[in-house]
Design a protein around this ligand. Structure first.
Ligand code: NDP
Ligand code: GDR
Length: 322
């Protein structure tokens, strides 16, 4: 079989780096899009640099997207690039709308122009569900986003569906629930917690400041989730899929598990609430049903919440020891 080519936007991010590894293992020619910065921050893909091809482009720049697709000639496009931190979407709402929302149209248009036969994956999010209208959330649960980020992702989701229906593109929207790993950005709550548990253990920090401890999330392991992205693009017919674990836990429980793994005893003596981390509007409860993904893709999560938080804590303990 001829070698397949994949093009990944957001290859420098958590998911992009795991997806690039997976596709290389599967024998793909992997191309990635990176944006220019005064300092290169390619830590997550440093170990892959000689095996992949990088193209300079930006989600805001149509010309650069067209050129990058022309140069890479992909069979599969994974659109993972976005402003992905929910809290910052209130600080930069218009930019979030551009990066996370309208840019999906920009890349779909570039694809129509250059490679309409390619298969397209859009990184949609459980944040689109927002207010709790149904439990567990499925592909049929209505959206009621509670952040500018969620609103932008809902636009990205619907434009993907619309281009599939309007132009007969193989365009899929993966509605992924929170997924974490040792490569997670330090601003997201799980990694913030595991990093601080490790830092306190090593005497580098004294306290951990958090916002809402009662928020409930369906947390899975990023490495399991990139496999689902790939499986979605191997289907004859494009569709939309929820990827989740069907288990929910509070932020407080996350803290409890991480501090236990770090051997710190009672977490309450280290944690303080700081209102700056409380959001203007909150998503109280996320729990997703992966029933359709299991049925159609044969996918199910392999890593439990506790295993995940423990492996992230061990990784941060090791990291900070150095
Ligand atoms: P990260 O924040 O780790 O990575 C985001 C990536 O997008 C980075 O590579 C970043 O590049 C790139 N990017 C941002 N803006 C631009 C731009 N203007 N032009 C080019 N590249 C840009 O996110 P994750 O890996 O965690 O998530 C991947 C995708 O999946 C995102 O779209 C996210 O919203 C979505 N998602 C994530 C979930 C999760 O729990 N992780 C759940 C559901 C959806 P740079 O390194 O230069 O900043
Ligand atoms: P989320 O993830 O907003 O769900 O978006 P995040 O880890 O930022 O927050 C999860 C929950 O924890 C609460 N929380 C805090 N969050 C952060 N970041 N920092 C804190 O100090 C803190 N204290 C409490 C939050 O209020 C929230 O309820 C992630 C991102 O990866 C999105 O890109 C993705 O689309 C969704 O997951 C699914």
């Amino acid at each position: 079989m001829a070698q397949k080519t994949a093009f990944i936007t957001g290859i420098t991010g958590q998911d992009g780096s795991y997806l690039a590894e997976l596709l290389l293992e599967k024998g793909y020619d992997v191309h990635g899009m990176v944006r220019r910065a005064s300092t290169e921050k390619f830590d997550r893909i440093e170990h892959l640099r000689e095996k992949i091809t990088l193209h300079q482009a930006d989600l805001l720049d149509h010309r650069s997207l067209v050129d990058a697709l022309r140069a890479s000639k992909p069979d599969e496009i994974y659109n993972l690039a976005a402003m992905s931190f929910v809290a910052v979407s209130w600080v930069q709402p218009t930019l979030t709308a551009e990066f996370t929302g309208v840019s999906v149209t920009r890349i779909l248009e570039a694809m129509r122009e250059v490679c309409p036969e390619a298969r397209f994956y859009q990184a949609s999010s459980s944040e689109m569900f927002g207010k709790v209208l149904e439990v567990p959330q499925t592909e049929d649960t209505p959206f009621y986003p509670r952040s500018p980020y969620g609103v932008a992702k809902a636009y990205g989701h619907f434009i993907t569906v619309n281009y599939r229906e309007s132009y007969d593109l193989h365009a899929t929207s993966g509605i992924l629930f929170n997924h974490e790993s040792p490569r997670r950005g330090l601003e997201f709550v799980t990694r913030k917690v595991t990093w601080h548990a490790a830092a306190i253990k090593h005497g580098l920090r004294e306290k951990l400041y958090l916002g809402n401890l009662d928020a409930q999330r369906d947390w899975g392991y990023a490495k399991d989730y990139v496999e689902a992205m790939w499986l979605m693009l191997q289907q004859d017919k494009a569709d939309d899929y929820v990827i989740a674990t069907n288990e929910t836990n509070t932020v407080e429980r996350c803290v409890e598990v991480a501090f236990d793994e770090a051997g710190l005893g009672d977490w309450k003596q280290y944690v303080e609430i700081d209102p700056q981390f409380v959001r203007p509007a909150e998503v109280d409860l996320l729990i997703g049903s992966y029933e359709k993904a299991e049925r159609d893709l044969g996918w199910k999560p392999k890593t439990s919440f506790e295993e995940l938080i423990r492996l992230m804590t061990r990784s941060d303990l090791e990291l900070l020891k150095k």
